[in-house]
Design a protein around this ligand. Structure first.
Ligand SMILES: [Zn+2]
Length: 432
């Protein structure tokens, strides 16, 4: 999840009466998308997976409005919930189909009809769907994820009342998140976002979509992942801390990868359009993947090993570790000119039953009873063993030994790092 809380003036109140076209894919429609000069402008696109352009439902997602979701740890019903009943307990109101309205206009160049959203929410909703479609396409094509892994298609709760009782009674705002318990995305109402609202930001939506893919593969589609749940109930919880850090770091790296397929090009600062100039502008710099000088500190390394997950995540340490991981992968991919190959190899490491190169999910099952064995080196090894190109593999080895300070001896071996991988010289060793 994008932990950041942000803001936004909803100032695009276009008043118009819309029609209700009954269209199936492909549908030509205008969305708000980043142009080559970085501005968000109406852009004509073709939705290829849509089944209901008014209700915004298709094979990559189903938008639902008006839902109410309450997480109250003191609710006896939640305490007694099972995997099968937890969604019903959390969803106080399941919501309803959204209803986007459009005005049909003829494109003067092509003579074809194009649907123009008729009000702000219609722009926002159809762009949200479009961004899900693009993220899905990235994972199908670049990362080679099988279509079956995306089924059933997730719900996207649009502007739900989302209440976390521990944080207060007011519905939360200004966030976009993937909520595995419901296998759903939540796009919360805006309050203070200054520039591009989160669902319009294709990189932000790709980050959330990456969490869906991580859940479907590295957590085997478990709504309450067994590894994370068991390990989070223990203290210290190294395994849970490592999983959370990898989930976040890989989500940022794939979000970056998805931007490379857009007209505005590869963007290691993809959060800038939403956060710059606002109260959370520091987030862009904190998560900038192109900074090559990020280093694991002795303190952060110890926190991964020795803290319980609640303490570890209270100040966002999973994002700090995740950003070091993501920028290390960024360096390895760039320096070898093999970014797309690396992105594909990473996803292939999430789930793999081959005993010669187990996936992240398989590693969690092997050490489920002893999470002290699930160090940063374990999911790193899963990724490394899935990189077949030797030059790329060595580059990833060197970056992870250097920036994440994973001890070299833990990464050497058959199917792992070659003996010639010696680490790097950017970061000072924390093992003195
Ligand atoms: Zn996230």
């Amino acid at each position: 999840m994008l932990r950041t809380v942000t803001t936004a003036a909803v100032g695009l109140g276009l008043l118009a009466s819309g029609c209700a076209p009954d269209s199936e894919a492909p549908v030509k429609v205008s969305v708000l998308s980043r142009s080559s000069n970085g501005q968000y402008v109406p852009t004509q696109v073709e939705l290829t997976t849509i089944e209901d352009i008014v209700g915004l439902k298709g094979t990559v997602g189903d938008l639902q409005g008006g839902a109410r979701i309450v997480i109250d740890p003191n609710d006896p019903a939640l305490q007694n919930a099972t995997t099968d009943t937890v969604a019903d307990v959390l969803l106080k109101n399941k919501g309803h189909d959204v209803k986007a309205s459009y005005i049909s206009q003829k494109d003067e160049r092509t003579g074809e009809d194009v649907l123009w959203p008729a009000d702000f929410h219609s722009w926002n909703m159809v762009t949200s769907y479009y961004n899900l479609e693009r993220a899905n396409e990235y994972f199908r094509t670049v990362a080679d994820v099988k279509v079956a892994s995306f089924e059933p298609s997730p719900t996207l709760y649009y502007f739900p009342d989302f209440i976390q009782a521990q944080l207060g009674k007011e519905p939360l705002r200004d966030n976009a998140l993937f909520y595995p318990v419901l296998q759903s995305f939540l796009v919360l109402p805006f309050d203070q976002i200054q520039r591009a609202p989160l669902p319009l930001n294709a990189g932000v939506m790709a980050h959330e979509y990456s969490h869906l893919v991580f859940n479907r593969l590295a957590y085997a589609t478990q709504a309450l992942p067994v590894s994370l749940t068991v390990w989070s109930s223990e203290s210290p919880s190294q395994g849970a801390n490592v999983l959370k850090a990898f989930d976040e770091g890989l989500a940022d790296y794939h979000a970056y990868g998805a931007t490379c397929r857009s007209v505005s090009g590869c963007d290691p600062r993809f959060m800038a359009p939403s956060f710059d100039g606002g109260p959370f502008s520091a987030v862009t710099d904190a998560r900038d993947l192109s900074r090559g000088d990020r280093c694991m500190s002795a303190l952060l390394y110890t926190r991964v090993q020795q803290q319980d997950v609640g303490t570890f995540t209270a100040d966002g340490a999973e994002y700090q570790v995740g950003t070091i991981l993501a920028s290390a992968l960024y360096q390895a991919g760039r320096s070898t000119g093999q970014e797309a190959q690396l992105q594909r190899d990473i996803v292939s490491a999430y789930y793999d039953t081959d005993p010669a190169k187990p996936g992240i999910y398989q590693y969690t099952q092997m050490v489920l009873g002893d999470q002290s064995q699930f160090s940063l080196a374990v999911p790193a090894a899963a990724i490394i063993s899935h990189i077949s190109d030797l030059e790329l593999r060595k580059a990833v080895c060197n970056e992870l030994m250097d920036h994440l300070q994973i001890p070299r001896e833990l990464l050497l071996g058959d199917n792992l790092c070659p003996a010639s991988a010696a680490g790097g010289t950017t970061c000072p060793s924390i093992f003195q």
